[in-house]
Write a protein that binds this ligand. Structure first.
Ligand SMILES: [Zn+2]
Length: 484
């Protein structure tokens, strides 16, 4: 049923078109004029029997009256203005509602409606200051810690998706990923003209996932990208309402992709066997599923506590020692700033995450025990080079080291951090030597970038995105089961 305002306007439209006054119509319907006036103004809902009588008197059908479109362009503008003024973002301003009078020109009305549209767009836009972004990020990390980084609903959806295409073990092939996309009505299209700001684009109207050409290095990256795009459909994600919502959706999409690439149904038995053999190793897990070390380590954090009973910490550290990502439920907190945020903070130089950079040979993981004020931990670190140097560390409390390969390592380090005497305060002689005789310019770190408020998705340029979608909209239909 159309809303009352639209219904009233449609009745008035047909009445005036028939050249009838309010009195004439109420007489024809055997109802009070005041009653009819309330109905036309959208203030009262007519009984269905009365609606039938009105329709007959006007020579139209009841469904003509109930249609959802405004009867004229002017009515559409007036309805939009009414609705905007009833909305939360306008009421928040505490301004009076303006009733569009007959004397108000269409131009004035259009301008007002245009302002309301912009007000609404800005309110819904995922604008976040760096401060809000950091807080949202911290909140999400703490929420995930509460549930041991495990999302059973998404695990079940991924298990189901993988079972549907008959995949049972090992690495998911590009072809299988394409099949999984097809099951939710999406075709994967490789293109080399993606908007600069986007890694992948989904055209929901035509059911297409656009990702970079298959020839670029990093096949795992493309499978994960395609699955993250599939996740938008499977998890029924809508446009994010704010930055926190955007972060949660992004986390859920990558979780879904990881749970498809390393499904619970086979990954848990694989890890349980490794545990029985006292030889859990992230590099084995990585190689069994053909994913990156980082992907395997992160996936391990999902399954370790809830499915293997092991608490742990994970940290990705850049070559300069700053945290690029962290998770912990074993009591070894990553370095935190005053707001509880960890990205960009420097980890102790004695942690495995940084000691690993000092090694000459880096083909295998670096293992070490680290004594900290929070207890002793066993840590395994793999270093890598992307656009920059980084290390991926998974660590567990000493008591859990018995399940892991590398536990015989003789390497032992002591960290007193966050005590500044550990590794932050220079030795006395050096401080005296250089204080007041030096200057340095800080490097701006990438984590300081604000999520760019260009459009609906932080960091995505809407104009570029919409031009890209438009330029591909008329492409010929995509042949099915194309390789990813
Ligand atoms: Zn330290």
């Amino acid at each position: 049923m159309a809303n009352l305002s639209t219904l009233g306007r449609r009745i008035r439209f047909y009445r005036t078109r028939n050249g009838m006054t309010l009195d004439q119509l109420s007489a024809a319907c055997d109802t009070a004029t005041s009653q009819l006036s309330l109905i036309e103004n959208g203030k009262r809902e007519p009984r269905l029997s009365l609606l039938g009588v009105i329709a007959e008197a006007l020579g139209v059908s009841v469904s003509d009256l109930l249609r959802e479109e405004a009867p004229t362009g002017r009515d559409a503008l007036e309805i939009e203005l009414e609705r905007a003024q009833e909305g939360p973002s306008y009421r928040e301003l505490g301004l009076p509602a303006l009733r569009p009078s007959k004397s108000m020109s269409d131009e004035t009305l259009r301008t007002l409606v245009g302002l309301h549209r912009e007000l609404d767009r800005r309110a819904r836009q995922a604008i976040a200051t760096p401060e809000q972004a950091r807080r949202a990020n911290t909140d999400l990390r703490l929420q995930m810690r509460e549930i041991d980084n495990y999302l059973p609903e998404i695990e079940a959806l991924a298990d189901e998706a993988v079972a549907t295409v008959g995949h049972t073990a090992g690495a998911l092939t590009h072809r299988t990923v394409a099949e999984m996309a097809e099951h939710v009505g999406l075709s994967i299209v490789h293109t080399d003209d993606l908007p600069h700001s986007a890694r992948a684009v989904v055209d929901m109207e035509h059911g297409r996932i656009y990702i970079p050409p298959a020839s670029i290095p990093g096949g795992h990256g493309l499978r994960s990208l395609a699955l993250q795009a599939v996740a938008q459909t499977v998890l029924e994600h809508r446009e994010p309402v704010d930055y926190a919502d955007f972060l949660r959706q992004r986390l859920e999409a990558s979780y879904y992709a990881a749970a498809c690439l390393m499904p619970r149904s086979s990954a848990v038995p694989f890890l349980e066997e490794a545990k029985r053999d006292r030889a859990i190793a992230i590099d084995d897990f990585r190689d069994a599923y053909g994913v990156t070390h980082e992907a395997a380590a992160l996936r391990f954090t999902n399954l370790a506590t809830q499915r293997l009973g092991i608490r742990l910490h994970y940290v990705r550290v850049a070559g300069d020692g700053t945290v690029a990502g962290a998770y912990e439920n074993d009591g070894l907190p990553p370095p935190l700033d005053a707001t509880g945020s960890t990205e960009g903070e420097v980890v102790c130089r004695f942690w495995s995450a940084r000691r690993a950079f000092a090694r000459k040979t880096r083909t295998t993981e670096h293992y070490q025990y680290t004594d900290t004020p929070a207890g002793t931990f066993f840590e395994a670190t793999q270093t890598g080079i992307g656009s920059d140097e980084y290390s991926i560390t998974v660590g567990v409390p000493y008591a859990e080291s018995k399940w892991f390969r590398g536990r015989q390592t003789p390497v032992h380090e002591t960290s007193k951090c966050p005590d500044v005497s550990c590794c932050r305060r220079p030795a006395d002689g050096l401080a005296e030597r250089w204080t007041g005789r030096s200057w340095a310019s800080p490097r701006v770190r990438p984590y300081l970038f604000a999520p760019l408020p260009h459009g609906t998705y932080p960091g995505i340029d809407d104009r570029e995105l919409h031009e890209f979608l438009q330029s591909h909209a008329d492409d010929s239909p995509i042949p099915s089961n194309g390789a990813v």
